[in-house]
Ligand binder design. Structure first.
Ligand code: ADP
Ligand code: MG
Length: 195
C-alpha cells in the first residue's frame, strides 16, 4: 500500500496536508496524535472509504479494518458474523474463533457476548478475511487495562502468525510500543507526519 496524499479538506477546512506512507506485509506502523488531529480521516482514506481527497493511493493489498466499536451484525450469530462479511467457510470461522479464545460461542449473538468477547470476534472476522494489512482505528480505547493488554498480545500474535502488516491509529503511544509498531506522529495544521 502506497499513499501519496497531497491534502484532505472537509469543505473549507483543510485537515491533512501532504503525507506519504508506504506499508507492506510484515511491517507495522502506528500513527499517533491527539483527538481531532485527523487520524481517522487518514485511515478512512487508506481503507478506500473516503475517495474525496487529493493525491493517490496505490497497491493491491488486501485490507481488513477494525474500528473502536466491534461493528457486528446484531441479528446474526458469531459464526455468521465472520462468514457473511468475509465469505469464509463455517469451519474456517470456527477455527478463527478458537484462535481468539471463543471456542464455545459459535451460536451466540453479539448481545450475549461481553464487549471484550465482541472485540475478539471482530478480530477473528478481520483475520478471516486474510488481509495483507490490518487497519485499526483506536481499537483498544474503551477497554479496561487488563483486557486491552490481552487484546494487544492476541493481535500481535495473529499478526506474526499470518504475516499481515499493521497500520494502527491511536492517541496512546503505549499501544504502538506494545505492538512493536514504528511510531509516526501527526501534528500541525493541516496535519502532517512530524517524525
Ligand atoms: P481523529 O481521528 O484524530 O480524532 P478525525 O479524523 O476524526 O480526527 O477528525 C479530524 C478533523 O476533521 C476534526 O476537526 C473533525 O471535526 C473533522 N471531521 C472529521 N470528519 C468530518 C466530516 N465528515 N465532516 C466534517 N469534518 C469532519
Ligand atoms: Mg479518530
Amino acid at each position: 500500500m502506497q499513499l501519496d496524499l497531497i491534502g484532505k479538506s472537509y469543505g473549507p477546512n483543510q485537515v491533512l496536508g501532504p503525507i506519504r506512507l508506504s506499508l507492506t506485509r510484515g511491517q507495522r506502523l502506528a500513527i499517533l496524535g491527539p483527538s481531532g488531529m485527523g487520524k481517522s480521516t487518514l485511515l478512512r482514506i487508506v481503507a478506500g472509504l473516503d475517495p474525496q481527497f487529493s493525491g493517490s493511493i496505490t497497491g493491491d493489498d488486501r485490507l481488513a479494518l477494525i474500528f473502536q466499536e466491534p461493528t457486528l451484525l446484531p441479528w446474526r450469530n458469531a459464526t455468521q458474523n465472520i462468514t457473511i462479511p468475509t465469505g469464509c467457510s463455517v469451519a474456517q470461522a470456527h477455527e478463527w474463533m478458537a484462535r481468539v479464545g471463543l471456542p464455545a460461542h459459535h451460536n451466540h449473538f453479539p448481545r450475549q457476548m461481553s464487549l471484550g468477547q465482541q472485540r475478539r470476534l471482530a478480530l477473528a472476522r478481520a483475520f478471516a478475511a486474510q488481509p495483507d494489512i490490518l487497519l485499526m482505528d483506536e481499537p483498544f480505547a474503551s477497554l479496561d487495562g487488563e483486557t486491552a493488554a490481552r487484546m494487544i498480545a492476541l493481535t500481535s500474535e495473529l499478526l506474526s502468525g499470518t504475516g499481515a502488516g499493521l497500520l494502527l491509529v491511536t492517541h496512546d503511544p503505549n499501544e504502538a510500543r506494545a505492538l512493536e509498531a514504528r511510531p509516526l506522529r501527526l501534528g500541525g495544521n493541516p496535519a502532517q507526519i512530524q517524525g
